[in-house]
Structures are given as structure tokens and as C-alpha cells.
Design a protein around this ligand. Structure first.
Ligand code: CDP
Length: 236
């Protein structure tokens, strides 16, 4: 197996550092980064823009979701999410989107809407995909599956730093509560819940530096390539 065709999945709870880690692992190994959370965020934004009330999200039909024009455009290092052909940027991480996204991500038709889009990008190039169900549902035959965790307090602290918000005790407490609610919704839903894939390596990053966590994944990926393991071999 060639490094350039590796398929690596990184799943984990909110704020565990999946996206930044996945982006760096992809850069080091020369792969493309797929941020699946951005797709759920983009659909959330699209529905907020059309003014569809949140109470109606559960009942959304496949046809309505197909009509939402969402695409992944290859870019340096990975893919950019386009809505109606336009890049969306920082709006994807707005407070409103983050507040609504887990509710929308629990809707079966929404998850089905995004399956082919995610799988199709992995047909042509090697990728590092991060999200909640990458190793369990979208890419069950990935060559390497990683499950990233960190303590709730550490994840809240990192999230506040990342977004340049005050990390005082009250701020941390509020962020812990927001993250806890999202974790509960993501792990508690019926379809594609957040789970550690049984064949994933788990890395608790609470007391690791960023370089250390990236280094572990890169090392493991190179080891698997050297040993010529495939996804099926790894699962067995
Ligand atoms: O970066 P952060 O951990 O805050 O979240 P994200 O990866 O941007 O994902 C935002 C939300 O999308 C998650 O809380 C999930 O509700 C949903 N999501 C999902 O259900 N499945 C995925 N593969 C990725 C994200």
C-alpha cells in the first residue's frame, strides 16, 4: 500500500482537537483533509438562512435536502465546503450554527444526504477524515482509525482559546456545559452515534502537546504502510 492512498479516520467528542490534528496529519503525510463537521454545519447554516424553524428539521424530506446545493471543492490541503457555489467561511462556526448543528445531525435524512458526498472524495485521493462517524459508518474499511479524547475541562479551555474568548472560571464553566450538551446529543442519537470504533486506537490528548498527538498518528500510519496492512487486515 502507498502512503498517498491511505485512508485515516479521526473521530471524537467536541473540542478534542480532531480538525486541527487531522489537518496537520494530512499535511505531513501529503493527504487531503476532510472536515465532515463542516458539512453538517453548512446544512445547518443553509436551513437557518431559509428560515426553516428548528421544530421542522426532524421532518425534513430527502427531496428538500437534495435541493440544498452543497459541494466539496478540492483546495490546497483538503476541501472547501461550498453552499450555492459560494464559500461560506467563518459563518460555519457561528454561535447559532454550533447551537443547532447537533439537532440537525441527528436527523436520518440529513445523514443519508451526506454519505455519498463524503465517500466520493475518498475515491480519488488519500484522505484524513475527521468527525463523529468516520470510522464507524462512512469509512468502515479505513486503514487507520483514531479516537481522540481529552477531559471535558481541557476541551472547554482549548475551545475558548481557539476562539479567543475569555478562559476565566465562569467562561470555562459555561463552555463545559455547552460541550457536554453537544456530546450527549451526539452520543445519544439513534443514527450514527458518536462511538469509538472497536478497531480504533484511542489517544487521550489531555496532557499531550499538539506535536505529540500528531506524531503518534503519523508514526502509526507509517508503521501500517511499512507492514502493508489494509483496512480489512486491521479490522480482523
Ligand atoms: O469542531 P467541533 O468538535 O466543535 O464539531 P464539528 O466537527 O464541526 O461538528 C459539529 C457537529 O456536527 C457535531 O457536534 C455533530 O453534531 C455533527 N457531526 C456529526 O454528526 N457527524 C460528523 N461526522 C461530524 C459532525
Amino acid at each position: 500500500m502507498n502512503v498517498s492512498r491511505l485512508l485515516i479516520t479521526i473521530d471524537g467528542p467536541a473540542g478534542s482537537g480532531k480538525s486541527t490534528t487531522a489537518r496537520e496529519v494530512a499535511r505531513v503525510l501529503g493527504l487531503a483533509h476532510l472536515d465532515s463537521g463542516a458539512l453538517y454545519r453548512a446544512l445547518t447554516l443553509a436551513l437557518l438562512r431559509t428560515g426553516t424553524p428548528e421544530e421542522e428539521w426532524e421532518g425534513l424530506e430527502a427531496g428538500t435536502l437534495e435541493d440544498l446545493d452543497i459541494a466539496l471543492e478540492p483546495r490546497e490541503g483538503g476541501f472547501e465546503v461550498l453552499l450555492e457555489g459560494e464559500s461560506v467561511g467563518p459563518e460555519l462556526r457561528s454561535f447559532e450554527v454550533t447551537r443547532g448543528v447537533s439537532r440537525l445531525a441527528g436527523v436520518a435524512a440529513v445523514r443519508r444526504r451526506l454519505i455519498d458526498l463524503q465517500r466520493s472524495v475518498a475515491e480519488e485521493v488519500g484522505i484524513v477524515a475527521d468527525g463523529r462517524d468516520m470510522g464507524t459508518v462512512i469509512f468502515p474499511h479505513a486503514h487507520l482509525k483514531v479516537f481522540l479524547t481529552a477531559s471535558l475541562a481541557e476541551r472547554a479551555r482549548r475551545r475558548l482559546l481557539q476562539e479567543a474568548r475569555p478562559a476565566d472560571p465562569a467562561g470555562v464553566r459555561e463552555e463545559i456545559e455547552r460541550i457536554r450538551q453537544r456530546d450527549e446529543a451526539d452520543a445519544g442519537r439513534e443514527i450514527a452515534p458518536l462511538r469509538r470504533p472497536p478497531d480504533a486506537i484511542e489517544i487521550d490528548t489531555t496532557s499531550l502537546t499538539f506535536e505529540e498527538q500528531v506524531g503518534r498518528i503519523v508514526l502509526e500510519a507509517r508503521r501500517r504502510v511499512a507492514e502493508g496492512l489494509t483496512g480489512e487486515d486491521c479490522a480482523g
